[in-house]
Design a binder for this molecule. Structure first.
Ligand code: BGC
Length: 721
């Protein structure tokens, strides 16, 4: 069985959206959706840019799609060749996970077209596509390529004042509406056949038509070199884009391909998990690692990854807690410089978090639930649209999901503990932890000298129950955040002068004393027969089954949470909450306790978020539920193969790739199956190898040392690489 690629045969208009995600190629700077070259807007093609946002009118701010500089349409004897015109077209697309190459193979009848397209991993502004055409009838072939701005946008348009220039490289310059960011794209082509060329203005763009007399049996190749820059990258984006594609043209496709593949090989050398015994699992983990690796910001040291990666504009291209809790673990253990970049995004957007806290009347740092550039909050007050009334539903994720600040502090501390690198804490990380702790001091719902300090009116990871009190997960994160702030003094015990000066600068002395008192008095979790109550009063809610609640739905796209959602008055939860806490704080709970809570909460969990299954899988390993762990692992790791996951929140499309599941798959393999744990500064393995696997190999990097974890039914070892 092929474990490095995924192929889909046949023409399937019902899957345009899902296939665009499934066959994505990306390089951290941009993502090219897996649609065919000639796709029009109805097929949702997009080249989505990382970290470039725009708001059109009063719609949601979202990432900007670059001009389509990879468009190519073939015509034969004046007839455009499109998939829909062909009743018997033979068509397949595939993605090569090893090197991130999208391929299509279409027999249009008069010609057969194969392509090989990728977002270059070694040059982040560069896109390439090789079209190989096999001619099956004599005739006149025309190929239209160019740079076009007639784009699919969810909340657009975003590109205005477009201007185009023709030449060896065609280029386009446009600017975004909100901030006037210049977005430039350029494209040039190299053919191995004779043609006549003319330029045409269509589709809000500039194209060139290459016309050629062809004969049956001819094999033609057209290489397209395209490039995208914005004014965030430098002063002359148009010039830069033209030069980038002309230079690639001069180097040639093969040489660009080789450099790109070499870059991928080095990513895999550092991160590839080998799973022997079950080829479907090996494919799934390759797919997962591909999808997470391809959206990693390798071109920058202060960027994070949106919740739907670079597969489009859903979730507003925003950065969620997904980054710290789900993407971060794979990176910190395999490519720590990327983990550092994710966290630098947070240290550099502290300003936004300080502003948000003030807006709500608090002190310290309250990070955006859906963070865009500068830490700006992208989450709106109405994040769901009701399917019955079509009215926006007031949701409180933005206001109440306060665990986000603690999640960031948690990852900052883990980064230091796993890498041994203190620079991130020195360069803003310590300040973030302190400001997050300060936020929690000011957010407490009672006097800080009370016997037990409550946190009321919050939302935990389970978003279906809004505005609850003392969510166990949230309180645990708050406690840990406060402890981590206090721990900084030990971490900097050889630089106490520097540390005290930091406290002084932040006017933190008084808060420090409050932290010492408060962190031990945060409301303890309540337990009933060993089961932790998710929040105050949770056990009093209706205890019904998932099937009962599902049966109450009138519309399959109905939102389960909020005031009127079917889950709100019941114990049915959206995603791992208590169990997520147990997965993230393994030392704080013993095996028996984890087992009890797992047995209670799993049947009550909808797994309505792709963040859920992996937390259950991880903890299932620990309590010896290996068959369930395996099923949850496969569910997690195949999500972007199947193209599954929830596509709707009420009336809002939320489809895309699932980097949190991708990261979750790594977590299950490393932290679950291999049982990797950092204990008192040392790595330990507590393996739980499912019977489906005969061998598991995981490369990691720990405190600068490359190591290999190997697990087999006979045992587990970590050795230096
Ligand atoms: C989940 C959140 C998650 C977000 C982005 C939501 O459906 O409930 O926990 O952060 O999706 O992935």
């Amino acid at each position: 069985m092929e474990t490095w690629s995924l192929t889909k045969s046949g023409y399937d208009p019902s899957a345009f959206a899902a296939d665009g995600n499934r066959f994505l190629s990306a390089n951290g700077y941009m993502g090219v959706r897996g649609t065919v070259e000639e796709a029009d807007k109805t097929q949702f093609p997009a080249i989505t840019l990382a970290g470039v946002y725009d708001q059109y009118q009063d719609k949601w701010r979202e990432p900007v799609n670059a001009p389509n500089c990879l468009f190519a349409q073939l015509s034969m004897n004046g007839q455009a060749l499109t998939l829909s015109d062909l009743s018997k077209s033979e068509h397949s697309v595939s993605i090569d996970y090893r090197h991130g190459i999208y391929q299509r193979d279409t027999d249009f009848g008069p010609v057969r077209l194969k392509s090989q397209r990728f977002a270059s991993l070694d040059r982040c502004h560069l896109l390439l596509d090789r079209l190989s055409i096999e001619v099956k009838e004599d005739g006149e072939l025309e190929i239209l390529t160019g740079v076009f701005c007639d784009l699919w946008d969810i909340n657009g348009p975003h590109l205005f004042d477009q201007s185009f220039e023709q030449g060896k490289a065609i280029s386009c310059r446009a600017r975004t509406g909100e901030k006037g960011i210049v977005v430039a794209a350029a494209q040039c082509a190299k053919a191995d056949f004779e043609y006549a060329e003319r330029f045409v203005h269509i589709k809000d763009g500039l194209g060139r038509i290459l016309k050629s007399k062809v004969r049956k049996g001819d094999s033609l190749t057209l290489d397209i070199f395209a490039s995208v820059y914005t004014s965030l990258d430098g002063a002359e984006p148009v010039q830069a884009a033209k030069e980038e594609c002309l230079q690639a043209h001069a180097r040639g496709f093969e040489s660009c391909l080789k450099a790109h593949c070499d870059a991928w090989e080095s990513v895999w050398a550092r991160s590839e998990i080998k799973m022997e015994g079950d080829p479907a699992a090996q494919l799934a983990i390759h797919a997962s690692q591909y999808h997470l690796n391809c959206v990693a910001p390798r071109h920058a040291d202060n960027m994070s990854i949106p919740a739907r990666g670079l597969s489009g504009q859903t979730y507003k291209g925003a950065i969620f807690w997904d980054s710290e809790m789900f993407f971060f673990p794979m990176f910190v253990y395999t490519q720590p410089e990327i983990a550092k970049s994710l966290l630098r995004y947070r240290t550099e957007t502290l300003g936004g978090a300080l502003v948000k806290a003030r807006e709500y009347g608090y002190r310290g740092a309250y990070y955006a639930w859906e963070s865009q550039e500068g830490g700006k909050e992208g989450c709106t007050n109405f994040n769901v649209v009701d399917v019955f009334t079509h009215r926006p539903v007031r949701t409180y994720f933005r206001d109440k999901q306060i665990h986000i600040s603690g999640d960031i502090a948690y990852a900052l501390r883990s980064y230091y503990e796993i890498t041994g690198d203190r620079t991130l804490l020195e360069e803003g990380g310590a300040e973030v932890i302190l400001e997050c702790a300060r936020f929690y001091l000011s957010r407490a719902n009672c006097r800080l000298d009370a016997d037990e300090v409550d946190y009321d009116d919050v939302i935990g990871p389970d978003e279906y129950h809004e505005r609850v009190s003392n969510n166990a997960f949230t309180n645990q994160m708050i406690r840990y955040c406060m402890e981590s702030a206090l721990k900084l003094r030990d971490i900097f015990n050889d630089r106490l002068e520097w540390f005290d000066a930091l406290l002084e600068r932040l006017r933190f002395m008084e808060d420090w004393r409050l932290l010492e008192k408060t962190c031990k008095r945060i409301r303890q979790m309540r337990r009933r027969e060993g089961v932790i109550e998710q929040f105050d009063g949770y056990f009093d809610l209706e205890d019904c089954s998932l099937a009962d609640v599902r049966a109450r739905l009138v519309d399959p796209r109905e939102y389960w949470g909020g005031d009127h959602g079917v889950a709100g008055t019941t114990q049915i939860i959206k995603q791992a909450d208590v169990i997520a806490m147990m997965a993230l704080f393994p030392e704080s709970f013993d095996d028996g306790e984890v087992a009890k809570n797992w047995a209670y909460y799993e049947p009550r969990t909808e797994h309505g978020s792709s963040l859920s299954a992996c937390m259950y899988a991880l903890t299932a390993c620990r309590v010896g539920r290996l068959d369930e762990a395996w099923e949850l692992f496969m569910r997690t790791a195949t999500i972007d193969i199947e193209g599954g996951g929830k596509e709707w929140a009420g009336e809002i499309y939320i489809g895309g790739t699932h980097p949190a599941s991708n990261g979750g798959a790594w977590m299950i393999a490393a932290l679950g199956f291999a049982g990797l744990r950092l204990q008192n500064g040392r790595l330990e393995l507590h393996p739980h190898l499912p019977r489906q696997l005969t061998r598991l190999v995981i490369p990691i990097s720990f405190r600068g040392q490359k190591q290999i974890i190997e697990v087999s039914p006979d045992g587990a070892v970590i050795r230096n690489a």
